[in-house]
Write a protein that binds this ligand. Structure first.
Ligand SMILES: NC(=O)c1ccc[n+]([C@@H]2O[C@H](COP(=O)([O-])OP(=O)(O)OC[C@H]3O[C@@H](n4cnc5c(N)ncnc54)[C@H](O)[C@@H]3O)[C@@H](O)[C@H]2O)c1
Length: 337
């Protein structure tokens, strides 16, 4: 079966392509490379032996997007990763985020309808829940106010996919809400590339250990958590990638009860910032240079998932933990420097 992966040169998209190929799927990628590089395809080829074709197209360009489906009438599913994802950048440039993340989605959904592609998977995020007090978060936890324009594009994206699938009962959608993806493929041939200063904890840690930055700050030591630092649910990118393969298999088996379903993808356990730091120091034997500072505005105290629905319906289980994340992230960092 042929699957179109949008954002296939990006972090999660590239790892998902590897998992799809490992599971017998044929893959086409579309990525403008606004936040990536086609060099990633070389890493995918080294791992899988497969040269994946990429269309270097901006998905906001509807006419250009149509050409992919005209060229490949056998496409049966779309996994839509392509988006801008920086929280601080979205605060500075909200219109760029609404324009890119929503117009690319509209363009892809219009093609899904025109070319009658039965299956569509949307990359959503735990940021749709906002600053929720309900823990662990389930798929029915109510959305709070979005904390930034990026999160709002994900909330709006989910609403768009729901309305679209309601209006088109023969087409399926799955909304996947990722918690905190991190780590790299075990081969270190693909991993996370950062554009501009890293803001997520794991790349900040590896950049510091590699000497790309002198030190970093742990924001807050007075939260009501085990050690006072914030709690997040870190999920290894290869576990996350596999959930997409499972979601496509779920739809092709017609196991879905409705034509728009939603799944949390985390490991169901919160890890504090200080525990993550300790995990890195333990697996690498290195000592990190950091200071503990005051809280950062906008940070949620704690968020972690209940992923029972994905376990039950998609038959998906994460198999890697925070130490696997740190080990593979460090192997990737030291290979690419
Ligand atoms: N990484 C995370 O922490 C995280 C967490 C939750 C959700 N997500 C979502 O998962 C998806 C993938 O994230 P990622 O970490 O792989 O990001 P990424 O930036 O590495 O990959 C996104 C890719 O999409 C491409 N792209 C962006 N806009 C495009 C457009 N208009 N046309 C064609 N290509 C375009 C970029 O060049 C990039 O290669 C995104 O939708 C993101 O919002 C990511």
């Amino acid at each position: 079966m042929k699957i179109l992966v949008t954002g296939g040169c990006g972090y999660i998209g590239s790892h998902t392509i590897v998992d799809l190929i490992d599971n017998g799927f044929e893959v086409i990628s579309v990525d403008s490379t606004i936040r990536s590089s086609e060099k990633v395809l070389e890493g995918i080829k080294e791992i899988t032996g497969v040269a994946v074709q990429n269309y270097k197209i901006d998905l906001c360009d509807k006419a250009a997007t149509r050409t992919i489906f005209q060229d490949h009438p056998e496409i049966k599913g779309i996994i839509h990763f392509a988006a801008l994802k920086s929280v601080p950048e979205s605060v500075e440039k909200p219109l760029d985020y609404f324009n890119n993340n929503l117009n690319s989605l509209l363009s892809v959904l219009a093609c899904q309808k025109e070319f009658e592609i039965p299956h569509f998977i949307f990359s959503s995020s735990c940021s749709v829940y906002g600053n929720t007090a309900e823990l662990p978060v389930t798929e029915t936890t109510a959305f709070m106010e979005a904390e930034c324009p990026y999160a709002r594009t994900k909330q709006m994206g989910e609403h768009i996919v729901r309305d679209f699938t309601n209006a088109n009962p023969s087409l399926n959608g799955v909304l996947l809400r990722y918690f905190n993806p991190a780590g790299a493929h075990e081969s270190s041939k693909i991993g996370e590339l950062t554009f501009g200063p890293a803001s997520n904890l794991v790349p900040v840690i590896t950049d510091t250990a590699a000497g790309k930055r002198e030190s970093f700050t742990v924001f807050g030591s007075d939260y009501s958590t085990r050690d006072g630092s914030c709690v997040r649910d870190y999920i290894h990118v290869m576990d996350l990638a596999n959930a997409h393969t499972k979601a496509i298999q779920y739809l092709t088996k017609k196991a879905n009860a409705s034509n728009c379903e939603v799944f949390n993808l985390g490991i169901g356990q919160g890890v504090t910032v200080l525990e993550a730091i300790n995990a890195f120091e333990k697996v690498t034997g290195l000592s990190l240079n950091y200071e503990v500072g005051s809280r950062r505005p906008g940070d949620v105290e704690a968020i972690y998932s209940n992923y029972e629905q994905a376990a039950l319906k998609l038959q998906w289980e994460p198999t890697r933990d925070i130490e696997d994340i740190m080990r593979t992230a460090w192997a990737w960092e030291t290979r690419s420097t």
